[in-house]
Design a protein around this ligand. Structure first.
Ligand code: ATP
Ligand code: MG
Length: 274
């Protein structure tokens, strides 16, 4: 295991990841960060996808994204200059974004990345830093692992995503990020256990990662995301995916929160036991 930059701060750094592309890492990162901020937490999202930054689009603040994480690392701007207020949040919460680098930017050495992340977290008095990463192993993922405290590994029904989640868990463990939780995303709450798809129980068993939450597949969320809206701001997603992200945020904050609470009790039980 490589040298790690230890936790010495009043905030927690989460890496949202999987070595599989296109399974909802950025969507989970953005919406979960928002859900945490709505619980009164100060949250900084950092887009560390060095191939395809997306969080500025998901938050709908691409016009306000003047600087990015690479600019902080290269001394072009301060963390405060680069941080965009992604949403105004009531009740003491805050939600900031540091956008991802321009395509082709060089992956920084881990210590320079961690210095920039820690400086930003301190400047913004954060409770949580949520880091989005690309769907590949090595490179930036390894760099973030050197200082991340915890990991949220995203998985969906597909067998390739299950295999990738399991592999990601082992990879992160080897890098010292042993506190891992599974986020099942795009879960088909209508046909979750039909058509040979894996249910919640078997997704946990096959990835060997403890579950923190289940986000339903939501076409409304997918459409709304394209317009820079978050789940609680989209009429057709607020009472499903929006609730699910709130459940995960509650669990991260140590609350006892049920899974899939927006479903009727019988269906919930069937899906959870599947
Ligand atoms: N719960 C969901 N319900 C419906 N659509 C979703 C859900 N989560 C993500 N999506 C959609 O899936 C697609 C991929 O999502 P996203 O970009 O978040 O994945 P990613 O893992 O970050 O991808 P990449 O590896 O390219 O960074 C997007 O069109 C997004 O809107
Ligand atoms: Mg992404």
């Amino acid at each position: 295991m490589s040298q790690r930059f230890p936790d010495r701060r009043g905030y927690t750094v989460y890496i949202v990841t999987s070595t599989k592309g296109g399974i909802g890492k950025s969507t989970v990162c953005a919406n979960l960060s928002h859900a945490l901020s709505l619980r009164g937490k100060r949250v900084l999202c950092i887009d560390c996808d060095y191939s395809n930054r997306a969080l500025d689009l998901l938050f709908g603040c691409e016009d306000r994204a003047l600087y990015n994480i690479s600019d902080i690392i290269n001394g072009i701007c301060t963390p405060a200059d680069a941080a965009v207020e992604a949403r105004r949040v009531p009740d003491g919460g805050a939600l900031y974004l540091i956008p991802g680098p321009d395509p082709g930017s060089e992956i920084p050495p881990p210590e320079r990345l961690s210095d920039a992340v820690f400086a930003a977290a301190k400047a913004l008095s954060c409770d949580f830093v949520m880091i989005d990463t690309p769907g590949v192993s090595g490179g930036i993922l390894t760099a973030v692992c050197r200082f991340a405290d915890r990991a949220l590994i995203t998985v969906s029904h597909g067998p390739a995503s299950v295999r990738a989640a399991e592999k990601t868990g082992y990879l992160l463990e080897a890098e010292g990020v042993c506190n891992q939780k599974l986020v099942i995303n795009r879960f088909d709450t209508g046909n979750g256990i039909k058509n040979g798809r894996q249910g919640i129980r078997s997704l946990i068993e096959n990835t060997h990662i403890p579950l923190i939450g289940v986000v339903p597949d939501s076409p409304a969320l997918e459409r709304g995301s394209e317009a820079g809206l978050l789940s609680t701001e989209i009429r057709g997603a607020r009472k499903t995916a929006g609730v699910a992200f709130g459940e995960i945020a509650g669990r991260i904050c140590g609350e006892r929160v049920p899974l899939l609470s927006f479903l009727p009790a019988g269906k919930r039980r069937r899906l959870i036991e599947s």
